[in-house]
Write a protein that binds this ligand. Sequence first.
Ligand SMILES: [Zn+2]
Length: 387
Amino acid sequence: MGFTDTELDSAAQAKLAGRVVFAFIGKKGYANDTTKASTLRRLYSNRRDAGAIAALMIPDEEGPATFQQAQQIRRNYSIDKGVMRMKSNMPQVQPSNIHFLVSRVLAEEVLRSSGKSLKQLRVEALQNQKFTPIFIDDAIVTIHAKVIHETKQTENVLALLPGSDPILKAQVVAFTAHYDHLGKTQDGVIYHGADDDGSGTAAILELAEAFVKNPVKAKRSLLFMTVTGEEKGLFGSQYYVTNPAIPLHQTIADLNMDMIGRIDTLHEAHKDTNYIYVIGSDKISLELDSLLQAANAESEQLTLDYKYNDEQDPERFYYRSDHYNFAKNGVPIVFFFDGIHADYHKPTDTVDKILFERMGKMCRMIYDLGWKLGNFNRLLIKKSTQE
Ligand SMILES: [Zn+2]
């Protein structure tokens, strides 16, 4: 079959119905790259051919992706632990999603009648621009597999502070942060997620309390929402935007806080705690960015760092937290973000490392911006209508 990314013409594709597909592990481009990162990338790669029963991955003869080593890596990185999808958009799981690692001995055995060896085929698959798959009709593969479906239930947590204006109260400013994180390892080691996103979640509570305590209420309603399933694929916010409590066209903006309690490695050297990366604030409405700058100037005067605002940035942070589901639906957003530090997505992201002074600054500045949005005399003008 070639590698996991080998493309087939429609005739070959049609012939796959009911068959088992054998392929060399990983994408062709990484096949001879023995670095750990590339090996991992290869092991995560899979074939999903419509109609095929299963994909069987053939390990390398030598290097870091031999049968034994690939098996070990798949175990260590829980590559086989399955995928989580939202029920509402979960298609019937296709048998073709089933994939296994097979031994080269078995693959060689199946291949025997073709008169080709794995070695030969691998060279062909690597060298030729177009690799023609071999169809073997005289081998029957029996696979015993148990597919376990588990349904997990979870929830977003929403609180609404009604606005004071009889008309504008139908509109909201959304404040979001995700309360889920990575759980535990198989050995019970906890991923605390103090910064990611305990910091944002705590900020939501602080902001809600501050707005409630203010005897003067904003004209618009304020929606405080901690969302679930961010780490699994922005599920909570995706659910919200398809089932919004307040219509999205009535949502003036979403202010998303995902990691606002630490500083990143770039700022660690000179202990600069007075910055925040702002992402997306000028993408949908330039007015939102202006309001952000004004709010910041009037409050904490943080350094608003737009480094990651570039959509071409290789880290693609704009697409990586819950605000993106709002942005996709045309709601102006700001994503407030520390950047990446050494404890990112590690069990060592603990509360003792949180810089509470910094969090206080973030909250006061975001409060100010929320207040401006809550009282702005109209919805924000969006870019498409400005241009
Ligand atoms: Zn996060």
